[in-house]
Design a protein around this ligand. Sequence first.
Ligand code: URA
Length: 326
Amino acid sequence: MQGNRFDWRWQLQRHIESLRSQGVLFVPRQPSWLPAQQDSSNPVSRNNAEDPGRTAGRAASGTAEQLAGGSAPIPPAAASPGQTVGKVHSATQPLPASLAGRQSAEQIAQGGLFASETCTEASLTKEDRRHALATLAEEVSRCRRCEELYATRTQTVFGVGPLDPEICFVGEAPGADEDRMGEPFVGRAGQLLTRIIEAMGFKREEVYICNILKCRPPGNRTPTVEECRNCFPYFEQQFTLVRPKHLVALGNTAARALLQTTAGVTKLRGRMYEFRGIPLVCTYHPAALLRDPSGTMKRETWEDMKMLLRHMGRPIPNAKGDPKQQ
Ligand code: URA
């Protein structure tokens, strides 16, 4: 019983966080999909209880333009490569709401959602966060926000890695191998990503890996802006719970979603940004490296990774894998 209560509380908190991060300032005192207060004769509330994410998507659609794939260009980058360019993301989007993890179910149900600052996401234990991530992954696995992706996916691909990682690598969307295996970056591009991670002096299991989209677009086509918008609240919640110390956006889709820009990664790479106060580097997608016979993109990706390592104050391994301070 306690477990169930915990579960729906988390569902509600994530729903609220998603709304708040999209600028929604008011929600009804008694959301129709609250299990305990739900009218089971009402088919709308029944559907929403089965898939709370749909409610979040609909309720927030008015401001979704501000989310991933939005057309607002980033402010002109004043810094030279290697420098931090302000809080690019937070300049155009409010900071994420805290998860209000210790708010009681009663407080939430009574509508005191935005008044209480006493309970913050920072107060969550690791176990709470692990549990919330598992619940979020479960919610994602039932997601039907993008009809085509829902119809064609084998399974959703949520993400792998530890909490509080030094780095979170963010790709575009699962490919065929990932769709089959349920894990991000396990195909050819994934093997190259693993080599990059190891060249940086980490083990793959030490970093967090995920994608902007949790479903494979058919034929590996580029995700649409609407698909990115639909899925971005999941990434936001994942990011909030995982708490990576650094982010690497791999390719255009991830860079554009995180920086809310239409600029391409060729233009964005080579300097530090921030996403919600966390240092962010944009670099090429490993699949693009595989298609570049000149090796130029590989060299530039390594430059980007060295820039990140320097920013982290970590040794830069040389080509043979020996750490070298640069
Ligand atoms: N490409 C991505 O962007 N993500 C994956 O998980 C695999 C390939």
